[in-house]
Design a protein around this ligand. Structure first.
Ligand code: ADP
Ligand code: NI
Length: 213
């Protein structure tokens, strides 16, 4: 698939040096997950799924200063790669509405292709990879790993989004909630497995913290 290869090169250039967990390896994992979910889902369009999976973080306001300019740039890139205007519209609709933060206040109804990419992105935040990414992210921003005095707070909204608590608290405010937010049955099954692993991890972590074993 020549189009996808060209798109891949563009995204690799865009995200190459990110150190907050949105690096190109995150994209590769989301693409792989999106393919797996797509194989188990009906009525989806693999070209749209893969295109949105590759592009989903390129326009993120956490990574670029001017998201409007970046959206225009992505649209031109897709025109150049011979996507139709209907395909471009769908891809833009997905990548501008799929983030967790964009859905905190109002749930946005994505197309089936968008639902697959959103599930894939969310799956990459949980399980063993999720634990690693949360610690990596916390380290980058200088957050504390854990504070036993702090009661789990699970009331994150957009205004608090950048107010970091501890890395372990991030599991309560976001990661443990993700399995119930999956759109597709295939992703739900994977999410439950990954979530089980994260609950075991946090239980073990707290026991070790207290010197229990
Ligand atoms: P989204 O992809 O919805 O924009 P984020 O950019 O918030 O999500 O998340 C990127 C990665 O960093 C995820 O794996 C997420 O769990 C992790 N992360 C985000 N915020 C925190 C935080 N406050 N503490 C630890 N990890 C975080
Ligand atoms: Ni992502």
């Amino acid at each position: 698939m020549e189009t996808i290869d060209k798109l891949k090169q563009y995204v690799e250039q865009q995200l190459g040096d990110d150190t907050t967990g949105h690096d190109y390896t995150h994209i590769q994992r989301v693409v792989a997950l999106a393919k797996t979910i797509s194989e188990q889902t009906e009525n989806d369009d693999l070209l749209i799924v893969l295109t949105a999976a590759y592009l989903h973080d390129v326009i993120d306001d956490k990574l670029v200063d001017d998201t409007y300019d970046k959206q225009k740039e992505v649209q031109s890139k897709l025109v150049q790669l011979d996507y139709t205007s209907a395909q471009i519209d769908e891809v833009m609709d997905i990548i501008t509405h799929m983030s967790y933060s964009a859905n905190l206040k109002h749930h946005y109804e994505l197309t089936i292709n968008g639902q697959i990419v959103q599930d894939a992105d969310r799956l990459d935040a949980i399980g063993a990879i999720g634990v690693a990414r949360a610690m990596y992210f916390g380290g980058h921003f200088g957050d504390t790993i854990y504070d036993p005095e702090q009661m789990p707070r699970n009331d994150m909204d957009k205004s608090q989004y950048r107010e970091h608590t501890t890395v372990i608290n991030h599991f309560y405010e976001k990661l443990f909630k993700l399995p119930d937010l999956m759109n597709t049955p295939a992703a739900k099954e994977m999410a439950d497995r990954r979530s089980q692993y994260m609950h075991d991890f946090v239980r073990e972590f707290k026991d070790e913290w207290q010197g229990i074993h």
